[in-house]
Design a protein around this ligand. Structure first.
Ligand SMILES: [Zn+2]
Length: 106
């Protein structure tokens, strides 16, 4: 993912519409591109700031932003682990079938 793609992805990220693969490359890019991270935080602040202003409640946007990053990072990690686990189970089942096949017909 390059900077232009990243920028295009930001609104989707904020709407939580990213799939696992996109999320991974999104993080990867953000981890070593400060200007994109900055851009993301600005868009987040604008979006969330508006919401809070409409509701008239008090808020700590900076903390919220860091929270949001942390939460979505964790959620994506969990998703990745589940996917890996699924693949592992699938491999294991195939392995068992292979063994059974060899025992029965071998
Ligand atoms: Zn960038």
């Amino acid at each position: 993912m390059d900077c232009r793609e990243f920028e295009k992805t930001i609104p989707e990220y904020l709407k939580k519409n990213l799939d696992y693969e996109t999320m991974e490359s999104f993080w990867e890019h953000m981890d070593h591109c400060d200007s994109c991270k900055e851009e993301l935080s600005i868009q987040f602040l604008v979006l969330e700031g508006m919401k809070h202003l409409e509701n008239g409640d008090s808020f700590d946007l900076d903390a919220e932003f860091r929270n949001r990053l942390e939460m979505s990072r964790r959620a994506n990690k969990r998703r990745g682990m589940l996917m890996n686990f699924g693949q592992w189970v699938l491999t294991f089942v195939f392995f068992l079938f292979g063994c059974a096949f060899i025992i029965i017909f071998g």
